[in-house]
Design a protein around this ligand. Structure first.
Ligand code: ADP
Length: 590
């Protein structure tokens, strides 16, 4: 086994802290939980009574040949075992209810938290990994809560009760039985140290593997386009192998526990039989006590065994819960300032002054960006890939917080405006149009939810989308596939434009498609876009020369800085970077 792994823990587990937080979820159902624990107490007492009554039956009745006295005692025993099963059933039934409620709350909290996490957080995590927290990790907590709470409580009670009765029956035999305890602890410590580590590894590897799978499935087209099948297969094989390894060791080590317990059980049986036999011959204990003792010694190792077993499941649940809590502890998107105002009646004046920003610390993605757009003006942002075009737009929408400078809309700093109203006043037409698995009508209506059907149709007309929609067999009621399948890329763009027309925002953000679209649709899209841009302040991440030419203002970005600024004619006269880009064909450079 690769022992070195044991030392490579990245951070110490806060088992106590995590348990406390699980408890805070469980405690919502405190009343029912108390009832369950009361039932566990009852079933433990019933379990303890059994062997004692057996010893009484042997010593007081069987040995003395008093069969008449024996019969009622037998009925009592049967009654006890019967009651015990009813109580056990009820406690399990209610506990499962509590457990499921608990994970329901946990799942809800996590899901809601996802909605409030800032965009930068999602940049760093794969979707699969985050999904794994919502599914596998929570499922792990659920499984453990279903069974472990009862098990632990019952084991502890049985353990205490058993030891007390054993001491009461015969302190000497108890002492002899206990000689195996140090052996047991040593064995257990050796095992659990390893199982705990590997269960955690297993959960982590499962998360990573999910990440790989999710990325590959959602990016299948890209994988195929770039013939990355082999690389993806290799990566999958590597992560699967890691998962197999950790799963193998986790299960192998935890499989040692019952074996160890079996050996120790047999050992204690031999000890009690030998020592008990000798003590009986000396007249120090009765036969009934020996029989009871053998049963109690089992009852004493079983809860220890259960506790050790539970320890593993609990470790894996705590590991799962910890991973959930780590996400829950991630800072939410900054709340709006207390004095934040709602942005209304936007005229469309936008200005950036000395804006600097880096996705990572000490990184300058944008440096001292300064420009202003008058109401109704169109601004084309051009520059090579990675120049920072998308970043400017991200900052304007306040997906990220700037490090220096100010961004203002109509003279109001965007940090003084509520995020909802800021984003609500902007319309987007992005390259990747997000379509939902609903009818075209509803998809366009996302632009403005209260719009009537007629308004939706009008918007589609302005966006040049009406004619293609009308030709579909189900027209506006055609239900789209989630990935937009069924209609072309260009048509999706038209729908997206229709959505923006319907929303009627004062400020527009457009990301011109780079993918090739047939000339006819292309012209339709451009015309629709120009119509849409009329009278609105618009920012276009532009790739096509005729879009750029028409812009009132062009920002030429290069490595996070504005290199040149002005209209097409002005920039051509400058004979600088822009002219070079135009000559070499903007599209290739963008
Ligand atoms: P453009 O849109 O001009 O192609 P971007 O604004 O997307 O460029 O990116 C500018 C720079 O910032 C690039 O170097 C890019 O690698 C980096 N970048 C973009 N998005 C992120 C992100 N989410 N996290 C870290 N770096 C990023």
């Amino acid at each position: 086994m690769p022992r070195g792994h044991l030392k490579s823990k990245k951070r110490p587990d806060d088992i106590k802290g995590t348990m406390k937080r699980i408890w805070s979820y469980l405690s919502v159902k405190k009343g029912l939980l108390s009832l369950v624990l009361l039932l566990v107490l009852m079933s433990s007492v019933f379990g303890l009574l059994g062997p004692y009554l057996t010893s009484v039956a042997i010593d007081d009745y069987l040995v003395k040949g008093d069969l008449n006295g024996l019969l009622p005692l037998l009925f009592v025993l049967i009654g006890i075992y019967f009651l015990q099963s009813i109580v056990t059933y009820l406690q399990n039934f209610w506990m499962i209810g509590i457990a499921q409620k608990t994970v329901l709350y946990m799942r809800k909290d996590l899901f809601h938290h996802f909605q409030r996490l800032p965009i930068p957080y999602f940049d760093k995590k794969t979707h699969g990994e985050l999904m794994s927290r919502l599914t596998n990790d929570i499922e792990n907590v659920s499984k453990t809560l279903n069974s472990s709470v009862i098990q632990i409580f019952s084991s502890v009670l049985t353990l205490i009760g058993t030891v007390a009765i054993m001491i009461w029956l015969s302190p000497l035999l108890t002492l002899i039985t206990f000689t195996i305890i140090p052996l047991m602890f040593l064995g257990m410590k050796w095992i659990t140290k390893r199982t705990g580590y590997y269960f955690k590894e297993q959960q982590r590897n499962l998360g990573t593997l999910n990440g790989v799978i999710e990325e590959t499935i959602s990016g299948q087209q890209i994988v195929k386009t770039f013939s990355q099948e082999e690389r993806v297969k290799k990566q999958f094989a590597k992560e699967s192998e890691e998962l197999r390894k950790s799963g193998f060791w986790a299960l192998t080590y935890s499989g040692f526990i019952p074996k160890l317990m079996n050996v120790l059980n047999n050992l204690s049986f031999v000890l009690i039989a030998a020592a008990g036999g000798w003590l009986a011959l000396e007249g120090l204990v009765t036969i009934g006590v020996i029989v009871a003792f053998i049963q109690y010694s089992r009852q004493f190792t079983r809860p220890l065994n259960d506790l050790a077993n539970q320890f593993n499941t609990i470790l894996s649940a705590v590991a799962g819960a910890e991973r959930v809590f780590v996400v829950l502890d991630e800072k939410e998107e900054q709340r709006d300032r207390n004095d934040a105002t709602v942005l209304t009646d936007v005229v469309g004046h936008v200005s950036f002054r000395g804006v600097s920003f880096g996705y990572e610390k000490d990184q300058d993605t944008l440096k001292g960006i300064t420009f202003s757009a008058q109401p109704g003006e169109s601004v084309a942002i051009v520059g090579p890939t990675g120049a920072g075009k998308t970043t400017i737009v991200n900052l304007l929408m306040r997906f990220y917080e700037i490090d220096e400078g100010t961004i203002e809309i109509d003279g109001k700093e965007i940090t003084s405006i509520t995020r909802d109203s800021l984003r609500g006043n902007m319309g987007f037409v992005l390259q990747d149009t997000l379509l939902f698995e609903e009818s075209i009508l509803e998809n366009i209506r996302y632009g403005r939810l209260e719009a009537t059907d007629e308004e939706v149709r009008n918007a589609a007309r302005i966006a040049n989308a009406h004619s293609f929609i009308s030709k579909l067999p189900n027209g506006y009621h055609t239900v789209l596939k989630q990935d937009g399948g069924g209609i072309s890329h260009g048509q999706r763009q038209l729908l997206s434009i229709a959505r923006a027309v319907l929303a009627d925002p004062a400020i527009l953000i457009l990301d011109e498609a780079t993918s090739s679209i047939d000339t006819r649709t292309e012209i339709q899209i451009q015309r629709a876009l120009w119509k849409l841009m009329e009278g609105r302040t618009s920012f276009v991440i532009a790739h096509r020369l005729n879009t750029i030419q028409r812009a009132d203002q062009i920002l030429v970005l290069h490595q996070g800085e504005i290199l040149e600024k002005g209209s097409h004619e002005e920039l051509l006269k400058k004979d600088g970077f822009y002219k070079e880009m135009v000559i070499s064909g903007i599209q290739e450079n963008a």
